[in-house]
Design a protein around this ligand. Structure first.
Ligand code: PBG
Length: 340
């Protein structure tokens, strides 16, 4: 019996019933346009001095700072879960920090040591190292301060030396996250001059001055130190065209891949770059985004695991080639149907 309401609906829709393709799990899976995989994930890991227990990061529930040996364990775990790449960030003790971030150039610093250890034990996994001075400076900025300004060219000189130290340690991908002008060209030239032609560059191209980096700064120990803000080098969040110029410039200078950061509040930028520039575009789901989901989860206000998968899938839908996320191991376990 066809009711009057059904006739009216069929007239209005021309008989198209969109819900037909949602009626059960198998058809939803069959018509799904994008699907997250462990190979889409990049796992950021915090390295600390010394041995022993992992140290929790208070503002990032479930995230820890690990000894070098525990970083190797994480790399093994990543490999077993199908995560292709880990990103290393150091917690540098205040006594090793100075105005010029000298520790960044130390070939046996935490990042270089962890890189060597992971390369020796788990050679099948990729390692991404950040190029920026903020974990090493006494003022918490990414570059060299002259007076009260961050000097672009003096910073780039030091960043090239940092990049080389990391490449010599065996880093596969360098991620300049400093937002200095011309740094990609100079790092590429420095790498090539030493024969590191295969070392890749994933440029943090559209990196915005953001409130979402707060917990990360706690994790690397630069939060309390930062004088002022990073708005003279990181992008203004009112801008979209500028992101395109930044990324095009980094590609012209030799970047192999580009990145947008933060992630979720900037999905429009991820979508634009991935469509308009023919280059793999990555997104960084930052510490603050992670903290927001975890805090709501811990309060019982949202289902954190569902929010995790939904947020990561949004990056894929927007066109990201991959996502840096603190959820990486948990999301990969969820995808494999393993206990979380
Ligand atoms: C360093 C750097 C930052 C992040 C990655 N690399 C912080 C900053 O620029 O202040 C943030 C990562 C996160 O919030 O998860 N330049």
């Amino acid at each position: 019996m066809v009711s009057r309401i059904s006739e009216r609906i069929d007239l209005a829709t021309g008989g198209l019933r969109m819900r037909r393709l949602r009626q059960n799990d198998w058809i939803r899976r069959l018509v799904r346009e994008t699907e997250l995989q462990p190979a889409d994930l990049i796992w950021p890991i915090f390295v600390r001095e010394g041995e022993g227990e992992d140290e929790p990061v208070a503002s990032m529930p479930g995230v820890v700072r690990r000894s070098v040996a525990r970083c190797v364990d994480a790399a093994r775990e990543a490999r077993d879960l199908g995560i292709p790449l880990v990103a290393l960030f150091p917690y540098t003790t205040p006594s090793l920090r100075d105005e010029r971030g000298t520790e960044a150039l130390n070939e046996t610093n935490l990042v270089c040591t962890a890189t060597r250890a992971i390369k020796a034990a788990v050679p099948e996994i990729g390692i991404l190292c950040d190029v920026a001075l903020d974990p090493y400076t006494s003022h918490g900025h990414d570059g060299i301060m002259i007076g009260n300004r961050i000097d672009n060219d003096a910073s780039v000189e030091v960043l090239c030396a940092q990049a080389l130290a990391q490449a010599r340690a065996g880093c596969d991908i360098l991620g300049p996250s400093d937002m200095m002008d011309g740094r990609v060209a100079c790092i590429r030239a420095a790498l090539d001059a030493e024969g590191f032609r295969d070392t890749m560059i994933m440029a943090y191209s559209a990196k915005y001055a953001s409130a979402y980096y707060g917990p990360f700064r706690d994790a690397v120990g630069s939060g309390g130190l930062l004088k002022g803000d990073k708005r003279t080098y990181q992008m203004d969040y009112g801008n979209s065209e500028e992101a395109l110029r930044e990324a095009a410039q980094d590609i012209a200078e030799g970047a192999d891949m580009v990145m947008v950061k933060p992630g979720m509040p900037y999905l429009d930028i991820v979508s634009r770059l991935s469509r308009e520039l023919a280059v793999p575009t990555f997104a960084y789901q930052t510490s603050g985004e992670y903290a927001v989901i975890m805090a709501a989860h811990q309060n019982g206000w949202i289902d954190g695991d569902r929010a995790m998968m939904e947020s990561l899938s949004a990056f894929k839908r927007a066109g990201a080639a991959g996502i840096l996320t603190y959820f990486a191991p948990r999301a990969a376990r969820a995808m494999a149907g393993r206990p979380l």
